[in-house]
Design a protein around this ligand. Structure first.
Ligand SMILES: CC(C)(COP(=O)(O)OP(=O)(O)OC[C@H]1O[C@@H](n2cnc3c(N)ncnc32)[C@H](O)[C@@H]1OP(=O)(O)O)[C@@H](O)C(=O)NCCC(=O)NCCS
Length: 191
């Protein structure tokens, strides 16, 4: 399901259009992106077009293209696996253009996305999202640092839960979580 346009200072999160699908395939097929995302097969454009049709009808996820003033479209962020009654969702983030990484754009995008999820997304539960979960491989230092920076707390370590095919070894999966109350406190907004 596509969401609204969310405008920030240096980028906007906007709905995915059919014209974005070739870029999304290219971003998600990059080796450093595939290595950091669970069960990520090589994508093809025909498969992505089929996925897009299903996605538009799927109320359990909302995804956005990141459109940066400096670079144009640079990646996709989304909230998935929505549990409507409880207000739980999972986070997915990819900056697909290497030149756009390390400039604070992921942080700005994540703050826009979380604010949307906790305060504006009509989930069916009375107050919108209650909790957002992020799962990340233990070697993905940029993502772990970013999640902690926006307020996620470390909640657990699933030992040996991921087979790192490139390095031919098992690695741990870290579970991080962020609750609505904590987000609103950070933002100084009344619950
Ligand atoms: C994770 C990812 C989204 C970060 O994007 P980014 O644009 O580089 O992040 P930002 O520039 O907004 O940085 C925000 C914070 O992340 C951390 N960070 C970013 N790059 C880092 C790096 N190379 N090493 C350590 N920390 C890093 C820092 O804490 C940084 O804050 P700071 O600039 O104040 O130090 C990006 O690297 C990416 O898309 N990676 C591939 C896909 C992926 O791993 N997705 C997450 C799966 S769980």
């Amino acid at each position: 399901m596509n969401g609204p346009r969310l405008a920030g200072e240096r980028l906007a999160l906007r709905p995915i259009t059919p014209a974005d699908l070739p870029s999304i395939v290219r971003w998600r097929n990059r080796p450093e992106v595939r290595r950091n995302i669970p069960n990520q097969p090589l994508l093809t454009l025909p498969a992505q077009k089929k996925w897009y049709k299903r996605y538009l009808e799927d109320p359990s996820q909302v995804r956005f293209v990141l459109d940066a003033a400096e670079f144009g479209p640079i990646g996709v962020f989304g909230l998935t696996d929505l549990e409507r009654d409880e207000g739980y969702a999972r986070l997915g983030i990819v900056i697909g253009e290497p030149k756009a990484r390390g400039k604070g754009l992921a942080r700005e995008a994540l703050e826009l996305l979380l604010d949307f999820g906790f305060r504006k997304w009509k989930t069916g539960s009375p107050r919108g999202l209650h909790r957002v979960t992020a799962e990340v491989f233990d070697f993905n230092e940029p993502a772990i640092a970013l999640y902690r920076k926006v307020g996620f707390k470390d909640e657990g370590r699933l030992r040996g839960a991921h087979w790192d095919a490139g390095k031919r070894r098992f690695s741990d999966v870290l579970v991080l979580g962020l609750l609505r109350e904590a987000w609103l406190r950070r933002r100084s907004v009344k619950p």
